[in-house]
Design a binder for this molecule. Structure first.
Ligand SMILES: [Fe+2]
Ligand SMILES: [Fe+2]
Length: 185
């Protein structure tokens, strides 16, 4: 059974021991829910929002070109990929080792999240490449419909993979915080 990012539809039952005890609806009302956890979830929300914006903008550009598209695409995609890279680094070095140590039953969950980060590295590379191809074509004065189509496909795939990773990561880490009263410091 593969738990690869591009094949997974959610966490397998044996990694949902705590996720089932602490469903999403009870998180913010739980006594062990804290400010740093809220901040971490807000970062995930920000990644989802920026991803949605660059995808929506690309779809709009395919229909009706706007001159501000290129500078905005460049700025938002650069910001998004930079912030996501930094976010993964903190999780790899700090949060994953810390939370992995809390409950050995969820060890495989952290293997999955670590593999996700490696898989997302490849998708980050592909998204940056597709974005740069559009920017180069637009700079030459052409309309870039074909490049925009490829970018839209890369952004749509990225959005799906990112959402899968963020959702599963949240359902592993937040229940651990609630169960063990751990903080994200
Ligand atoms: Fe992550
Ligand atoms: Fe994350």
């Amino acid at each position: 059974m593969t738990y690869a990012l591009d094949a997974r539809t959610g966490l397998p039952p044996h990694l949902r021991l705590l996720a089932d005890r602490y469903p999403r609806a009870v998180w913010t009302g739980h006594a062990n829910f804290n400010g740093l956890t809220a901040f971490w979830l807000e970062r995930h929300g920000m990644f989802r929002q920026v991803m949605d914006k660059i995808l929506t903008d690309t779809q709009a550009q395919l229909d009706a070109p706007k001159s501000r598209f290129a500078p905005e695409l460049s700025r938002y995609t650069g910001f998004f990929l930079n912030e996501l890279h930094g976010h993964h680094g903190i999780e790899d070095q700090h949060y994953f080792p810390k939370f992995m140590a809390l409950d050995s039953r969820l060890a495989q969950g952290f293997d999955i999240l670590d593999s996700d980060h490696h898989a997302l590295d490849g998708h980050i590379h592909a998204l940056a490449g597709a974005t740069n191809a559009v920017l180069a074509t637009l700079k030459s004065g052409a309309r870039a419909q074909e490049d925009l189509g490829r970018l839209e496909a890369a952004q749509s795939a990225f959005r799906r993979f990112l959402d899968r990773h963020l959702s599963d990561e949240e359902e592993i880490i937040v229940p651990l915080i609630l169960e063990y009263g751990a903080d994200m410091d």
